[in-house]
Design a protein around this ligand. Structure first.
Ligand code: HIF
Length: 288
């Protein structure tokens, strides 16, 4: 109702200002002291990534277009456990700005969450259309955290990413935490899970990591505080020589990480989307 887009022949055409209003409303929802580490930001980032990371460049299926995670079976895929929290959070925004598609909303919300958690500006453009249940992707397209570098490459090469981009994306694990009732893993990767920094790379290189002794799935813990975690797939980034080179570059240079992360994450959110327009928007953060 509060939309400022021009009406041409009765069709509402949202402008950049309309999308900025959506951004602002998402930003306002993120902080909540009762949830996890005080922010829904991390789980909203994970929603945007899991909606997009199903893309297969060979069959040109999957990706953020369609927002098919609204439907079973995709909503029930093991990798998507816990993402209902983020989808439900954004439902109120969809009700207010009914003109936006779920697929644009989820990706825009991930951009808002990154920027609001101190990350770089991620240029974003609209144009995704919501699909129906027939476009759900098969289970197994998202990564399995118990695996190694071979698996990581198979999953991300299928989306069209290279080694440097895989490592640049991985810095997002500075954010959020694992939940025993979602993935089975437990704990945060960094001491500031609601701020995007290059701490993930620094901790990987500087801390000593050992297997956590517990009944849960195999994961690593930092020897000095035992309060941080790494997944087997995180550790693979320093075991593999080619990946490690980039971990070292990003650990040394936060600006370089932010630049490469913005490029790779922005591209992730666009995989498989048949955009009609080139123009991208850079949203104002609430701290600007
Ligand atoms: Fe994650 N990721 N991710 N991830 N992820 C989890 C949580 C988050 C992988 C596994 C897990 C990326 C890649 C990979 C975020 C963002 C990104 C969890 C814990 C697991 C197991 C879920 C839970 O229990 O709640 C694997 C195997 C990946 C490939 C190597 C991306 C690069 C890092 C693409 C990415 O952006 C975020 C944010 C979270 C935190 C969610 C939360 O609720 O706090």
């Amino acid at each position: 109702a509060q939309a400022s887009g021009l009406k041409t022949g009765g069709v509402f055409t949202p402008t950049k200002d309309d999308f900025q209003k959506v951004y602002n409303d998402v930003a306002e929802l993120l902080e909540n002291n009762e949830y996890d580490d005080g922010s829904y930001g991390p789980v909203v980032v994970r929603l945007g990534w899991h909606a997009s990371g199903t893309y297969d460049k060979d069959t040109k299926t999957g990706g953020s277009n369609g927002a098919t995670m609204r439907f079973a079976p995709e909503s029930d895929h093991g990798a998507n456990a816990g993402l209902k929290t983020a989808r439900d959070l954004l439902e109120g925004i969809k009700q207010k700005h009914h003109w936006i598609t779920y697929s644009d909303l989820w990706t825009l919300a991930a951009v808002a969450a990154i920027q609001e958690m101190g990350g770089p500006k991620i240029p974003w453009r609209p144009g995704r259309k919501d699909g129906d249940v027939s476009a759900c992707t098969p289970d197994g397209r998202l990564p399995d955290a118990s695996k190694d570098q071979k698996h990581i490459r198979a999953i991300f090469y299928r989306m069209g990413f290279n080694d440097q981009e895989i490592v640049a994306l991985s810095g997002a694990h500075a954010l959020g935490r694992c939940h025993t009732d979602r993935s089975g893993f437990d704990g945060p990767w960094t001491f500031s899970p609601t701020m995007l920094t290059n701490d993930y790379y620094k901790l990987l290189l500087e801390e000593k990591w050992s297997w956590k002794k517990w009944n849960g799935p195999k994961q690593f813990e930092d020897v000095s505080t035992k309060s941080l975690m790494m997944l087997p797939t995180d550790m693979a980034l320093i075991k593999d020589k080619e990946f490690r080179k980039h971990v070292e570059r990003y650990a040394k240079d936060n600006d370089l990480f932010f630049k490469d992360f913005a490029d790779a994450f922005g591209r992730l959110l666009e995989l498989g989307v048949p955009f009609e327009k080139e123009e991208k928007f850079i949203f104002k953060s609430t701290s600007d």
